[in-house]
Design a protein around this ligand. Structure first.
Ligand SMILES: CC(C)(COP(=O)(O)OP(=O)(O)OC[C@H]1O[C@@H](n2cnc3c(N)ncnc32)[C@H](O)[C@@H]1OP(=O)(O)O)[C@@H](O)C(=O)NCCC(=O)NCCS
Length: 166
């Protein structure tokens, strides 16, 4: 496996990964149905705008994971979202994607990266902590799901100040 910046050619596969993980109904905020063509168009725009978007590919070149650093509307702060298809998890791909994204951020003028995670997603929280993310708070009963349930999320973030050039 290896992680690398996404290209326009990855757009459909990127959308398909998000659709597959959303269909599990367990890990990410996005719920089905995911419009893969619309996602793909977003990916192509994102690549055109200069990146901050990455894929994980397996040894056969199949895209099995994604990581995006989304603009937040706050200058210098991006929001991280990532997912890997079920059969490719637990094999170091999460770390590969994070290594690639953190290297990109260290070379950028961003000063902070944030994310949200479900409180019971222990694997993701453990990965984020390993990369220096700290809990900033909880959004209590914030997200209403399509089944009518309401979920809380944990906000985590890492400051990047002073990392440029290191
Ligand atoms: C969260 C996710 C990106 C992690 O990627 P991964 O490839 O499964 O994880 P890795 O193999 O790179 O392991 C990274 C770290 O996760 C933790 N981890 C891995 N498997 C774990 C498990 N079963 N339980 C708890 N922690 C685990 C460990 O800290 C590990 O580091 P280590 O191997 O050095 O100890 C991936 O599992 C995934 O996409 N899950 C579904 C979607 C999702 O939850 N996305 C995040 C939404 S906020």
């Amino acid at each position: 496996m290896r992680a690398r910046p996404a290209t326009a050619d990855d757009a459909e596969a990127f959308g398909a990964v998000i659709a597959a993980v959303a269909a599990e109904g367990r890990w990410i905020a996005t719920e089905p149905p995911v419009d893969i063509s619309e996602r793909a168009a977003n990916v192509r725009n994102w690549v055109d705008r200069g990146g901050g978007i990455f894929v994980l590919e397996d040894d056969d070149g199949r895209v099995v994971g994604t990581l995006g650093l989304h603009p937040t509307g706050v200058r210098g702060v991006v929001s991280l979202g990532m997912c890997i298809v079920a059969d490719a998890r637990g094999r170091g791909g999460g770390r590969m994607l994070m290594d690639t994204a953190m290297a990109w951020l260290a070379d950028s003028d961003m000063h902070k990266v944030e994310l949200e995670v479900w409180p019971d997603n222990e694997r993701a929280i453990s990965l984020y902590e390993r990369y220096g993310f700290e809990v900033e708070g909880t959004r209590r009963d914030h997200y209403r799901r399509s089944d009518g349930s309401v979920r809380s999320s944990v906000i985590m973030a890492r400051l990047l100040t002073g990392e440029r050039g290191t």
